[in-house]
Design a protein around this ligand. Structure first.
Ligand code: 3PG
Ligand code: CO
Length: 546
């Protein structure tokens, strides 16, 4: 059980944690949609309330190195668990380096199935080195190993990124990869790219926001339906010419084939490795392959395949059944220990980030703990630069209702705007995204005051804080050929804020700034605000009681 604190009795009212997704603290205002936004409430919070910055990228959130940006999975895991675990990106890289991945039952079953079947091994996943959902080096290592183990045919189905990496970088990955496949192929080994499309167009939907994306992906990868091209590079060039201005993540689906015959449909007896390690956008396609009863779309043909995920994406639902690398065993989260202490908890976001404040927050568990209530606000299914306000107002409505109900001691929400609009690369829309969040903070905070509560306002990683690619040499925003700034769609390496909104302690409470303070220090901070000592496994609290 969590121990009651001897020095601080806890706040009388509710403790509210507000995650402003994609809100980093940039070193410079150049290219920052946050600096450009009109945000009187946030300005007031930064001027008048205790606030510090937290590390939200690299090893501080379990990524392999400090060159890795943060992301919502590792960020919400660190917040919710109060601890830093080696995350999927690190675990897979280590398993490949050590060779343990090849000794695991899943890899051996995949290879055995291919050899006992038609001989075709398919790889499907996000095709970049973003290291948020996947890494192309993992794919290469598996192809090399498959050849060594006597697999005859490999077909690769590529989801173009442009969201965790520069927005039109697909050919930087495809050209060397097609060369690698050509070099690796010989009389006894045939490896080719078979299909693909933009990750925000096909296959990688999350939280059931738009199953139609997965339907389109199924038709492309499994059935081989769609426009045909000679190679992936030819497909990308042709589609860019046909749909000018479309960035990689949004490019339509394509199939590689000749004379109407696709080179790599997925058939009975094949094996499929979904090589993304992150769960949110892997679950729906995994269900399409694994579920016997399936009513999300008409699969038309369901091949009997040996399917493996890079990791297990959901330990509660056991999805997928077969996986190459064990996921981090995230234990003793604050959700679990607050539930054991009888604390009621409310979590809310819109669909696009709903799993972030529930499933990721609770250590990649889809089941609730006792005393937890979840509320999902359905997201719009539109390009978010067209609706940068997203569902911020509805989330605020839900938070205000939940606060006023008096049922919850802790509440948490995620405002998706800074991140989801930041990912579109639209600077103007991103400023409006931040303004929408600011407006809604102004509605929630007085309700917290009226109830004698406090709020921690933070973020999981940066995004809207840098909307232009910065040229590595000049350190100035990079420009396109037409003189416009090159949009940056990915997350940033910047720290994030932690603001303590407290009008109840009479100035007794503050936050301890430090070089090492990070997202994993939030759980213990909330525990202290509740009047408890932190769990022994949690990183230290940042709360100072004067
Ligand atoms: C995505 O999945 O949208 C991006 O790859 C990462 O964004 P997130 O980590 O903020 O969800
Ligand atoms: Co993001």
């Amino acid at each position: 059980m969590l121990q009651k604190s001897a020095s601080f009795p806890g706040i009388r009212g509710p403790i509210v944690t507000i995650v402003m997704d994609g809100y980093g603290i940039a070193k410079s205002d150049v290219g920052s949609a946050i600096a450009a936004a009109t945000k009187p409430t946030l300005d007031r919070l930064f001027a008048n309330y205790p606030n510090i910055t937290l590390r939200a990228h690299g090893v501080a959130v379990g990524m392999p190195s400090d060159d890795d940006m943060g992301n919502s999975e590792v960020g919400h895991n660190a917040i919710g668990a109060g601890q830093v675990y080696s995350q999927g990106a690190s675990l897979v890289a280590d398993a490949i380096a050590a060779g343990s991945i090849w000794q695991g039952a899943a890899w051996r079953e995949v290879v055995a199935a291919v050899k006992g079947g038609r001989g075709v091994l398919h790889f499907l996943g996000l095709f970049s080195d973003g290291n948020v959902h996947s890494h192309v080096d993992h794919l290469r290592a598996m192809i090399v190993r498959a050849k060594e183990e006597g697999v005859k045919t490999v077909r690769v189905h590529i989801l173009l990124d442009g969201r965790d990496v520069p927005e039109t970088s697909a050919l930087d990955y495809v050209l060397p990869f097609e060369a690698f496949l050509a070099e690796t192929s010989d009389d006894s080994f045939d490896a080719r790219i078979a299909s693909g499309g933009g990750r925000m167009n096909i296959t990688m939907d999350r939280y059931e926001a738009n199953w139609n994306m997965v339907d389109k992906g199924w038709r492309t990868h499994v059935l081989g339906e769609g426009p045909q091209y000679d190679s992936a590079a030819a497909a990308i060039e042709a589609l860019r010419a046909e749909f000018p201005g479309t960035i990689d993540q949004d490019l339509p689906a394509f199939v590689i084939g000749r004379a109407g015959v696709p080179v790599g449909t997925i058939n009975d007896g094949d094996a499929v490795v979904f090589f993304n390690f992150r769960g949110d956008r892997s679950i729906e396609i995994t269900r399409a392959f694994e579920d016997a009863e399936f009513d999300k779309f008409d699969r038309l043909r369901v091949p009997s395949v040996t399917y493996a995920g890079m990791l297990q994406y959901d330990g509660d639902l056991k999805l997928p059944k077969r996986f190459l690398v064990d996921p981090p065993a995230i234990l003793d989260t604050m959700g679990e220990w607050f539930a054991k202490a009888g604390i009621t908890q409310f979590a809310c976001s819109e669909t696009q980030k709903f799993g972030h404040v529930t499933y990721f927050w609770n250590g990649n568990r889809s089941n609730k703990f006792d005393g937890e209530t979840y509320q999902e606000v359905p997201s719009d299914v539109v390009p978010f630069e067209q609706r940068p306000w997203m569902k911020a107002a509805e989330i605020a409505d839900a938070m205000i209702d939940a606060l006023k109900s008096g049922k919850y001691k802790t509440l948490r929400c995620n405002f998706a705007n800074g991140d989801m609009v930041g990912h579109t690369g639209s600077f103007r829309a991103a400023t409006m995204a931040i303004e929408a969040v600011d407006l809604e903070l102004a509605r929630i905070l007085p309700v917290i005051d009226a109830l004698g509560g406090v709020a921690l306002i933070t973020a999981d990683h940066g995004n809207a804080d840098e909307m232009y690619e910065i040229d590595k040499k000049s350190k100035q925003p990079a420009k396109n050929a037409d003189g416009s700034f090159k949009a940056k769609t990915a997350h940033t390496l910047n720290p994030v804020p932690l603001i303590l909104y407290d009008n109840v302690s009479g100035g007794k409470l503050a936050l301890q700034a430090s070089e090492t303070a990070g997202l994993s220090n939030i759980a213990a901070t909330i525990a202290n605000l509740l009047g408890f000592e932190k769990h022994v496994k949690w990183d230290d609290s940042l709360l100072v009681v004067k």
